[in-house]
Design a protein. Structure first.
Length: 369
């Protein structure tokens, strides 16, 4: 896995990424309180804890009391197992044929997503002569992973298909939870309740971060927040109830005093007038500052807002500092108290998840807490 680079010293790095582990823990605690006993709040730490460093995030959550973790892939599960010997770890994407023993060896719980998965694992259970811990996923209309209604009907008719299993969790995933009024939320909820009648084993798990905040919704036994832990707003049409987790600051490389009109950056897309001042910053799309932010984003120097101008290049961007002093080495806030991950995402035409998981490997990373 792409380990975050913690060895780039602050004086050499072009940008500093600060990750507040206490804020992640506070977010987990507040979600855990929100769902209340006996519902359990798990933690989704796939994709290197949404780019923030699973090796730092997961042990903190474990210390805070999180017990159940979800990752996407076996490799992530193996890495997490080494960090957390006692945790319950589910592999959302399941595992490909031939990798079952990896799952068993590391005590990882595969999510079985199809009848084929069920048969393959059933055969293995018979061969080993033991009950295997598995999680079952039903597709309640997202059409991504999970048993189809037809497959679910087959399982209902042939319950001995599940004989070899100690079913831990029965789960499904919401497609539109971030749109509180979307009719599919209720339809999926009804489908999940119906599926649960056929598969009453283990604990029921349905809600991601946004699902936890849906009105008139059940949290069932286990919720699976990811983005909300990392400060992304799980209620996009309301103020963010979560604490902000990251701060990204880029260093000024050079300041230009413009004395004759000219352009800045690739494509000469942004015109400058005489008298303007431009600062070049050491941050670009190679660091996850998306090229689609060209000419769209804002940044802050202390309490002053500045515009990102011209095109984002691989290692650099330009900001208009006509109205504020700055010089080489100064830090400019790109994400932080004035600009949330969601603000940057909406300027880039994407979602906070993509901003977080795109964060680059060249930062000086600082973990708080
Ligand atoms: C990624 C994922 C989650 C977490 O979703 P968030 O929206 O980040 O809270 C939960 N369940 C499944 C199946 C997922 O793939």
């Amino acid at each position: 896995m792409n380990r975050p680079n913690t060895h780039i010293s602050e004086d050499r790095a072009g940008a500093v990424l600060t990750i507040d582990l206490n804020a992640i823990v506070d977010n987990w605690r507040s979600l855990n309180e929100r769902v209340g006993d006996p519902c359990e709040c798990a933690a989704v730490v796939k994709a290197d804890a949404y780019g923030l460093g699973m090796h730092r995030v997961a042990p903190k959550l474990w210390e805070a009391g999180a017990y159940t973790f979800f990752v996407a892939q076996i490799g992530e599960g193996i890495e997490l197992r080494e960090l957390l010997p006692g945790a319950e770890i589910h592999i959302l994407s399941g595992c490909f044929a031939g990798t079952e023993m990896d799952c068993l060896q590391y005590g990882l719980i595969p999510v079985l997503n199809s009848l084929e998965d069920i048969k393959r694992w059933g055969t293995l259970a018979k061969k080993l002569g033991q009950k295997l811990k598995v999680t079952l996923q039903v597709d309640t209309a997202m059409t991504r992973l999970g048993l189809s209604p037809k497959e679910l009907a087959t399982v209902a008719q042939e319950p001995d298909l599940l004989d070899g299993f100690d079913v831990q969790v029965v789960m499904s995933h919401l497609a539109c939870a971030d749109e509180a009024d979307h009719p599919q939320n209720k339809q999926q909820l009804d489908a999940f309740i119906a599926a649960r009648k056929i598969l009453p084993q283990g604990r029921a798990s349905f809600c991601n971060s946004a699902g936890i905040f849906l009105a008139n919704f059940s949290h069932f036994d286990l919720v699976r927040p990811g983005c909300a832990l990392y400060g992304v707003n799980p209620t996009p049409d309301k103020p963010n109830p979560m604490a902000q987790v990251i701060q990204l600051s880029a260093k000024v490389l050079q300041v230009h005093e413009i004395d004759t009109p000219r352009c800045v950056g690739y494509g000469a897309s942004h015109h400058l007038a005489a008298g303007q001042r431009v600062a070049t910053l050491a941050l670009g799309y190679a660091d996850g500052y998306l090229r689609s932010l060209s000419g769209k984003a804002k940044a802050w120097i202390n309490e002053t807002e500045v515009n990102v101008i011209g095109r984002v290049s691989m290692d650099m961007i330009a900001i208009d500092v006509s109205h504020i002093d700055c010089r080489q080495g100064d830090l400019v806030e790109m994400i932080g108290p004035h600009i949330s991950v969601d603000d940057i995402a909406s300027a880039a035409g994407t979602i906070g998840y993509e901003i977080l998981t795109s964060l680059g490997a060249r930062y000086h990373r600082v973990y708080k807490g």
